[in-house]
Design a protein around this ligand. Structure first.
Ligand SMILES: [Zn+2]
Length: 426
């Protein structure tokens, strides 16, 4: 083993120096031929077969693939049937797909022993015609490597375009955008990114034969959105790794469910219902909210992180604030006596942040907050809604978490932002 390694090393140094000693050259050549691995493809040693290559033409079925290579119609039918099996899942062959035909060395008829058809970059189907027909789905060995990328959002660009410049693969861009927006779903509205927003991400890249083809998950992300910095680190709360979540730099969980109520120490004076007798309008109508009665001036808090999309007044709602949390959820807070300082349209608020104060402006009999909960543009009863499960970090885990993220954070902080390259439009 050491000897082989020694020769590799020698040849490396030799090539590196560009020396021209024939004696050394010969020695290396002789030995490297002995140790150079056989050329394999799809796990087959190509030297031990006659190798032919072909490509699926337009309107071909599996039959067309096989007929030229000495396979009987009976065997073709069997092969097609087995390929369609759920274990293999190959029903149609795609035009343009290159496939490989392996025949026995010295067989002048060149009848196929194996036909290998790639389903995608990783998986391939091996048709074995040696004795009885067998069809098997196999996969190329996967490599997983940790990678880092960064980027920026500029005017007339977006996350997809920024990711595309780095990943150069449409599927990987989509996967990455999904992972990132998933982590920050409760913090950043990914449909409204701004010029000047920046990101850095550490992720696993899956590749076969040196070709990257998929994102194997992300492990930490930094995002600057409207000047605010967000960190998220993947962390397992238990040894078995069953409780894995993303947490910010302080150990706060990224996937935060809503607070149960927008006011502390209150009582529900009227629940959500399709029909109730309106105390002021004196008629039956739906109550698409939950009323929390509380003394005038009690702070009203946003029940989750989000962006204020309305802070205004109308005769029914009185002073009200509406917060958009993500693509799915928004919440609305009615009858306020006034807004908290700095609360206006476009402002980012955190879960638990005071946005206004209980009052009885608009159509209200007494001081209360009417809490309205929107899901995909419809008002729903938030108390009946199931939210993503939460895995809060207990205080005792915090020191080891902080220790764990420190070097990762340093690496991320040190990574420069890759500038967005504007395409020249000819
Ligand atoms: Zn109400």
């Amino acid at each position: 083993m050491t000897r082989i390694f020694g020769f590799f090393l020698l040849s490396f140094i030799y090539m590196g120096c560009g020396a021209n000693d024939e004696a050394i050259n010969k020695t290396i050549k002789k030995d490297s031929s002995k140790i150079s691995p056989p050329i394999t493809e799809y796990g087959f040693v190509l030297d031990s077969f006659q190798v032919k290559r072909d490509t699926v033409k337009a309107n071909w079925t599996m039959s067309h693939m096989f007929t030229s290579y000495g396979i009987s119609q009976f065997d073709i039918n069997v092969a097609a049937e087995r390929a369609a099996d759920s274990l293999v899942g190959l029903r149609y062959v795609k035009e343009g797909t290159p496939f490989v035909i392996l025949s026995k060395l010295g067989d002048t008829s060149q009848n196929a022993e194996y036909i290998i058809y790639p389903q995608n970059i990783v998986d391939f189907v091996v048709f074995d015609f040696r004795d009885s027909v067998s069809v098997e789905k196999r996969s190329k060995p996967n490599e997983v490597n940790e990678k880092m990328i960064s980027g920026e959002i500029i005017k007339n660009s977006n996350l997809t375009l920024a990711l595309d410049q780095q990943l150069k693969d449409v599927n990987m861009t989509e996967e990455m955008a999904e992972y990132m927006s998933g982590v920050f779903a409760w913090a950043i509205d990914f449909f409204r990114l701004y010029p000047g927003d920046e990101f850095k991400v550490i992720y696993n890249e899956k590749s076969v034969e040196g070709m990257p083809y998929a994102i194997g998950g992300i492990s930490s992300v930094w995002f600057k959105h409207q000047g605010r910095e967000f960190y998220a680190f993947k962390y397992a709360l238990d040894v078995e790794g069953k409780q894995i979540g993303f947490f910010n730099e302080e150990g706060k969980e990224m996937r935060r469910p809503f607070l149960m109520a927008p006011v502390k120490y209150s009582r529900i004076s009227s629940g959500f219902s399709g029909r109730r007798f309106h105390p002021i309008q004196k008629r039956w109508k739906a109550h698409l909210g939950t009323d929390y009665a509380a003394p005038k001036g009690t702070p009203i808090v946003s029940t989750a992180d989000g962006t204020v999309i309305a802070a205004s007044y109308n005769s029914g709602n009185g002073n009200y604030v509406k917060v958009k949390h993500n693509e799915t959820y928004s919440t609305q807070y009615l009858h306020m006596t006034g807004f908290a300082k700095g609360i206006r349209k476009g402002v980012y608020v955190e879960q638990g942040q005071t946005i206004g104060y209980v009052g009885s402006t608009g159509l209200a009999t007494g001081p209360h907050v009417c809490y309205r909960f929107w899901k995909n543009g419809k008002q729903i009863n938030h108390r009946a809604e199931k939210f993503p499960s939460s895995i809060p970090m207990v205080d005792s885990l915090l020191p080891s978490y902080i220790e764990f993220i420190q070097p990762i954070r340093e690496r991320m902080d040190a990574m420069p932002i890759t500038p967005y390259i504007e395409e020249d439009t000819p």
